[in-house]
Design a protein around this ligand. Structure first.
Ligand code: TYM
Length: 331
C-alpha cells in the first residue's frame, strides 16, 4: 500500500478553504493509502503564539480532522511535537538546504513582509520548509494532498530529497503533490483576487469551520460579486462568482456545469441565498461531529495511538538519515 502524508497548522481555526483544499481530499483518499495526518504545532511557533491557545487549537484541530470524516481506525492522526523524529529530521535537512533557496519561498517572503523589522522574524520562519520536508520524507510518503499554496514547498521537498539521496544515501521517496480537482485555492469572500486565509484582518473575508452557521450564511450573502449579473465560471473576469461556484460545487458535489445550468435565470442574490443555506447546513452537521469528538475520551486515545504508530515509522527513518550522514556511533 502506498503512503500519504499531510499536515495542517493549529494556528487558529481552519476555514472552509482549508476544508475544501485539504480535509475533503484527505477523506476521499484515506482508503487508498496508509495515511498519516499531522497537527503541525512546531510549524505554528514560527510566528508568535499564545501557549494556552496553541494547546487548545491543537486539540480542536484533532477534532476537526475527525469531524471531516477521517476514520480513526484506518488513519494515524498525531501531534508533530510528540514525535521527536520531526525535529531531528528538520535539523539534518536544514543542513542540506541553502539560505538562498529558503529566502526565495513565497510564503516566507509574504510572512516576513508583514513583520516590519528583520529582528522580528524568527529563524524558524525561514527554515520552515526544511521542517516540512522532514515531515513528509520521514514517512516515505508517495503522495501529499494539499491546496495550491503549498506547491512550492512540495517542490522544495522533492529537491531536498534528491540532493540528500545523491549526496549521502538513496533513502528517500520523492513525493507527488495531490491537488483537488476543484477548490485548490478558495478565495477571500470580499477580495476574491486573494486567497481565503484565517489570518486576514477582515473577518468577513473568511468562514471558519466553527463559525456560527447563521453568521456564515450572512457572510456568503454579503460576499463580493462581479459587476454584471450572469452566473458563469470565469476566474479571470468574474473571480467573485467563480469562487462562490467553486465553494458551492465542493460542498454539494454538483459540478460547476450543473450549477451554472441550474442558476442560469437566477440573480446573484438568489444564488447567494441558496449557497448561504448550503454552507449553513454543512456547518451545522460538521459542528455536531466536532463537538462529539472534542468532548469524547476517544480523542486522546486516537492521538496516543497515532503518535505511537507515527513514531515507530519515523524513528526508523531518522536512524537511516543519521547513518547516512555519519552521526553518532556505528550501530
Ligand atoms: P496550512 O495550515 O496553512 O493549511 C492547511 C491546508 O489547507 C490548504 N489551504 C487551502 N486550500 C484551498 N484554499 C485556500 N484558501 C487554502 N488555504 C489553505 C493548504 O494548502 C494546506 O493543504 N505548510 C503547511 C502545513 C504542513 C504540511 C506539512 C502540509 C506542514 N508540514 C507536510 C503537507 C505536508 C501549511 O501551512 O498549511
Amino acid at each position: 500500500m502506498k503512503t500519504l502524508f499531510s499536515g495542517v497548522q493549529p494556528s487558529g481555526i481552519p476555514t472552509i478553504g482549508n476544508y475544501i483544499g485539504a480535509y475533503k481530499q484527505f477523506v476521499e483518499l484515506q482508503d487508498e493509502y496508509d495515511s498519516y495526518f499531522c497537527i503541525v504545532d512546531q510549524h505554528a511557533i514560527t510566528v508568535p503564539q499564545d501557549r494556552l491557545k496553541l494547546r487548545e487549537n491543537s486539540r480542536a484541530l484533532a477534532a476537526i480532522y475527525l469531524a471531516s470524516g477521517l476514520n480513526p481506525d484506518k488513519i494515524s492522526l498525531f501531534i508533530q511535537s510528540e514525535v521527536s523524529a520531526h525535529a531531528k529530521a528538520a535539523w539534518m535537512l536544514q543542513c542540506t538546504s541553502y539560505i538562498g533557496e529558503l529566502e526565495r519561498m513565497t510564503q516566507f517572503k509574504d510572512k516576513a513582509r508583514k513583520q516590519n523589522q528583520r529582528d522580528g522574524i524568527s529563524v524558524g520562519l525561514l527554515t520552515y520548509p526544511a521542517l516540512m520536508a522532514g515531515d513528509i520524507l520521514l514517512y516515505n510518503a508517495d503522495v501529499v494532498p494539499v491546496g495550491e499554496d503549498q506547491t512550492q514547498h512540495i517542490e522544495f521537498t522533492r529537491n531536498i530529497a534528491e540532493r540528500f539521496n545523491t549526496k549521502y544515501n538513496d533513502i528517500f521517496t520523492l513525493p507527488e503533490i495531490k491537488l483537488p480537482a476543484v477548490g485548490g485555492r478558495i478565495m477571500s469572500l470580499n477580495e476574491p483576487v486573494k486567497k481565503m486565509s484565517k489570518s486576514d484582518d477582515n473577518q468577513k473575508s473568511f468562514i471558519t469551520l466553527l463559525d456560527d452557521p447563521n453568521q456564515a450564511a450572512k457572510k456568503i450573502r454579503s460576499a463580493v460579486t462581479d459587476s454584471d449579473t450572469e452566473i458563469k465560471f470565469d476566474k479571470e473576469n468574474k473571480p467573485g462568482i467563480s469562487n462562490l461556484l467553486t465553494i458551492y460545487s465542493s460542498l454539494t458535489d454538483k459540478t460547476i456545469g450543473q450549477l451554472t445550468e441550474e442558476y442560469k435565470d437566477s440573480s446573484y442574490g438568489d444564488f447567494k441565498k441558496d449557497l448561504g443555506e448550503v454552507v449553513k447546513e454543512f456547518l451545522i452537521d460538521f459542528q455536531e461531529r466536532y463537538n462529539y469528538y472534542l468532548n469524547s475520551e476517544e480523542l486522546d486515545e486516537i492521538l496516543d495511538a497515532g503518535r505511537d504508530k507515527a513514531a515507530r515509522k519515523a524513528d526508523k527513518m531518522v536512524e537511516k538519515m543519521e547513518r547516512a550522514m555519519g552521526l553518532g556511533r556505528k550501530r
